[in-house]
Write a protein that binds this ligand. Structure first.
Ligand SMILES: Cc1ncc(C[n+]2csc(CCOP(=O)(O)OP(=O)(O)O)c2C)c(N)n1
Ligand SMILES: [Mg+2]
Length: 562
């Protein structure tokens, strides 16, 4: 409510500062701890998405950060609201995503008494964020919010948590809004680029690896032009396949979990690795086995926007402190040598990539996830967004889907289950004209499946493909390998997912044979509603390459031999 004294409450100053910074969407679960902010939302031009669980709200905000490069915003209540949101914060950290979470806090006069739902946010979120803070002085609201935008986006992006004591939020302040934040570019130096050019000229078997954040469609296109002029093979790291058009003749594939052995061999044989944006963490580095630590045997150029990441694990031969956007722009100015010794190798690398994911492998059961993903690949428009969480079902996406554009892949490097549905809800809210599909395991889906209600509430016709094999498949796979035949805590008795969809007012259809999937997908689209396509998958079909029984037999045989 506007006040007679022309002063704003701190809550109003907060919401105005968000709007000044270009925020259009806020994801939240309400709480009495930040009622004043809810009231300030009332007559402001913001799209509010009210969620069913804070993990959903936080993952939605994280997905916005991933897709737009600007901080996604969520609001949650104190105590349990904030701890429920922690998976989204952890994803933003591991995925280097800009995000700001505002959280209610007890009144300043009660602090340190363990008042109702009191949490020490600096302590709880201190190691999972770039900055966890609390605002005591309402007149500093514009300063704190402005800094949050810079902190979340500068260098290596990540999450910021700001706690808001409820009595502070209702105080009136004269402080004017701060000017909108301007993202700060991190440019490579001219000498860095010249050294890189020399290294490229001296190389025989170079390869480029793309990863991390601070990319854009324009930067991906610039990178592709650079790769093309140098005829460089380009691979993407775990869950970053969308950084390179899979149809580009330089694309060499996805260096994630269970990568194409030919790609792995190619990376191992390279004499120059140019890692742009990524950190080469556990998954792409094949559990840190690919390169020696700290001194890699291969000449390594590491381009990263976070100075603290350069030399953190791998000592690069050339470290370039730069954002991928800036690096890609300057890479366009590099000159290729007259002779490109590796030209044919790059063509082979692309052919190897295409061959690896071309045709689905044979697996037990009526529904072959490979065939489903290949159908999606061949039928979805190039700007369709594909979201997923964690589980073995995602292996088929990594191998058989072909991402064509930036931010069409929304998937957590952090390996957090439950990400697909909230990410899809957020993307459909931002981009209603685009096709948005989430793939989820049966375990994965029920971690955040209740956000289907959010999709229904806001008329967001996302399509969720639930890959139901009746098990926590990934863990069962590890179990059969490490403790063959000793099944422990990995079996699931599932609800009727079609009835579940219908109970939410969504569309639901079951698929028992691969051949029925196209009609089910079209029916889901034609319904105009959020939809669940329930795939019944044989638990034996644990990866595109092997079965649970084969893994068990192999482990038992190995045990017998020792
Ligand atoms: C939040 C969270 N909890 C637990 C895990 C450990 N985990 C990784 S994959 C997985 C099983 C996934 O099962 P499901 O979604 O059914 O997919 P499937 O592997 O069967 O295809 C589990 C429990 C995780 N990665 N994230
Ligand atoms: Mg499963």
């Amino acid at each position: 409510m506007p006040a007679k004294d022309n002063l704003r409450t701190a809550a109003e100053a907060l919401v105005d500062q968000l709007i000044a910074n270009g925020v259009e969407h806020v994801f939240c679960v309400p709480g009495e701890s930040y009622l004043a902010v809810l009231d300030a939302f009332y007559d402001r031009n913001l799209k509010i998405t009210v969620c069913r669980h804070e993990s959903g709200a936080a993952m939605m905000a994280e997905a916005v950060g991933k897709a737009t490069g600007r901080p996604g915003i969520c609001f949650v209540t104190r105590g349990p609201g904030s701890t429920n949101a922690s998976p989204g914060i952890h994803i933003a950290q591991q995925d280097s995503t800009p995000m700001i979470m505002f959280v209610g806090q007890v009144g300043r006069d009660m602090r340190e008494r363990e008042a109702f739902q009191e949490v020490n946010y600096r302590a709880v979120f201190g190691t999972m964020t770039k900055w966890a803070t609390e605002i005591d002085d309402p007149s500093r609201m514009p300063e704190f919010v402005s800094r949050a935008f810079y902190t979340a986006t500068n260098g290596r992006p990540g999450p910021v948590v700001i706690a808001l004591p409820e009595d502070m939020l209702v105080e009136r302040v004269a402080a004017p809004s701060a000017p909108a934040f301007e993202p700060v570019e991190t440019w490579p130096g001219a000498t860095d680029m010249m050294r890189l050019q020399k290294m490229l000229w001296a190389a025989q078997r170079p390869i480029v690896l793309l990863g991390g954040s601070r990319w854009s469609q324009g930067a991906c296109a610039a990178m592709a032009r650079f790769a093309e002029r140098f005829s460089l093979p380009v691979a993407t790291t775990f869950r970053r396949a969308h950084l390179m058009d899979a149809h580009h003749p330089c694309y060499a594939g996805d260096l994630g979990i269970g990568p194409n052995p030919k790609l792995l061999a190619r990376v191992k044989a390279a004499d120059l690795v140019v890692l742009v944006g990524g950190r080469l963490s556990e998954m792409p580095s094949q559990a840190y086995t690919l390169f020696d630590i700290p001194g890699p045997q291969t000449t390594l150029v590491h381009v990263h926007p976070g100075a603290e990441e350069l030399g953190r694990v791998y000592r690069p031969h050339l470290g370039i402190h730069a954002a991928p956007t800036a690096f890609a722009a300057l890479a366009e100015g590099l000159q290729p040598p007259a002779e490109l010794a590796w030209r044919e190798e790059t063509a082979t690398a692309h052919a190897d990539f295409l061959a690896w994911g071309e045709r689905p492998t044979a697996v037990p059961g009526g529904v072959n996830l490979g065939e489903i993903v290949v159908w999606l690949r061949d039928n979805l428009p190039p700007d369709a967004m594909v979201c997923n969480g964690a589980g073995n079902y995602s292996t088929w996406i990594h191998r058989f889907f072909r991402f064509r554009r930036f931010a069409t892949q929304l998937a957590p490097i952090s390996g957090s289950m439950g990400y697909g549905v909230p990410a899809a809800v957020a993307m459909k809210r931002l981009y209603p004209e685009r096709v948005v599909v989430a793939l989820a395991g049966d375990g994965d889906f029920l971690m955040t499946g209740q956000e289907l209600a959010t999709a229904v509430q806001y008329d967001l016709p996302i399509i969720v493909v639930v890959c139901d094999n009746g098990i926590y498949g990934t863990i069962r796979m590890h179990q059969e390998r490490e403790y063959p035949g000793r099944i422990s805590a990995t079996e699931l008795r599932n609800p009727d997912f079609v009835a579940y969809a219908k109970a939410f007012g969504a569309f639901g259809v079951r698929v028992e044979k691969s051949a029925d999937f196209p009609a089910a997908f079209k029916a889901a689209q034609a319904s105009g509603k959020p939809a669940i396509i329930h795939l019944r998958i044989d638990p034996e079909a644990i990866t595109p390459l092997t079965t649970l029984s084969k893994i068990r037999e192999k482990s038992l045989a190995a045990q017998a031999a020792t």
